[in-house]
Design a binder for this molecule. Sequence first.
Ligand SMILES: Nc1ncnc2c1ncn2[C@@H]1O[C@H](COP(=O)(O)OP(=O)(O)OP(=O)(O)O)[C@@H](O)[C@H]1O
Length: 481
Amino acid sequence: MSEDKNQLNRPNNEGPRIKTSSIVDDYVVQWNQKLGTGISGPVRPCTKRNNSKKFALKCLLDSPKARTEVNLHTMCSGHDNIVSVFDVYANDIQFPGEPHARPRLLVVLEYMQGGELFDRISKESGFTERKAAKYLRQIANAVLRCHTLNIAHRDLKPENLLIRDNTEDSLVKLTDFGFAKIDDGNLQTPHFTPYYVAPQVLEAHKYQAKQKRGIIPTSKPYTYDKSCDMWSMGVILYIMLCGYPPFYSETPTRQITSAMRKKILSGQYEFPEDDWQFISDSAKDVVKSLLHVDPSFRMNIQELLGHPWLNEAPDNKLQSPAVFMDKIGMEDIKLAHSQHLTTMRIPDNNVTLKPLTDTENPIFRKRKLRQTSIEDTKDSLEPSPQKVKADNLKVRALRDIIAYCVLPPKVDDDESVLNNLVTKAMQELEVKNGICSVLDSWKWDGRKFQKKVEKAKLAQELSLLVRSITESNSHTDEPDS
Ligand SMILES: Nc1ncnc2c1ncn2[C@@H]1O[C@H](COP(=O)(O)OP(=O)(O)OP(=O)(O)O)[C@@H](O)[C@H]1O
């Protein structure tokens, strides 16, 4: 058996053996070439000295987060539908423009010659439902591997689905474990940050409450991180079938609009007749089951793999390749999906309110990355501490309301607490349009609500408002519409 095959079949549950010898002893790295670029900088080609095989090299600044990425990726590696990790080196490296060498993790990955999945689909002349099902099955198998190991990938998006080679039946493989985490399904009240409470957290609370009341059996624990992956597969499938995403702004913009947010939250999407009339009901059933707004009713990975459409999809031709040819449209689709994933990811630290500097915002980072020509600038992409402080102050009052709504009620709680918090927010906020449209739902008369407030819903809508305010502050060049 070849060395590479051995590597693919070895058990990976101990994490990688990180070598401290120099990578150049074993590999020739083409430092000036790029296979692609992500938030952590370029991925470069490299060749193994002893067998002349080509690999892809991802360079990460060494940090606990990078070590987690490498660790979880290595654990999932060794599966046909996951890009394999072959070697990991911890070396000090100085890139052009840097004053000194910095500790880096150099991750030698299986070389994915065929590029990104959606680019491949755009070139397929006879792309059919059956082929879409074949791709989805492979993606689902990758997710099964992760979920079986209790790892949620949390960044399932088109750019992270790569094709092995240029052959007709080439495999699709999942990569980039930068947001992956062990999903222990453990969600107790203090274990999230009210600042960034995502709809999924609130939904998880609802689920737990239903479990406590015996409405949902406790034997099927709901894990919110894993259900993000299922949602992502629903979006990816929808796009594969028609060429555009289910939740999309009508006006071309790189920001999610508030109307779009509402649609996402309430699961409002359509199968426009013109484009979907020839797509099978079975395919639509898979989409619906994955894009279920309530994660407790969303299909899990085993259910997806057991769906008949995956094996019996009809051979009707799809229009998506033609739509994928529109590169600018594709970029927008990718950005919108990334942004939505950011909303769904739950902050990992608990109890204390997190400063913005600790959050990951791929859109923000990517935009910055595009603006700079210096390689490996990960550290310089953070907003200044002064700006973070100013941003935090602007939305502090909104965060107080969110925290009030999501934390368990105090014994002496009454309506005046919420009314006072809202009044304070109205006084502090510079731009009030966003909050006014949220408050309108419960008839805020300037001092109190005339209608009974659904606290979970209010928290959901305000957390989206907070995100849009802080994000639009980060990109004053592209205001939220
Ligand atoms: N194994 C590989 N073989 C070929 N190209 C690759 C490989 N891994 C990554 N790439 C290319 O590099 C790009 C960035 O890789 P990756 O997503 O792992 O980096 P990242 O810095 O974590 O990016 P992201 O912004 O997506 O989080 C990919 O979209 C792809 O085009």
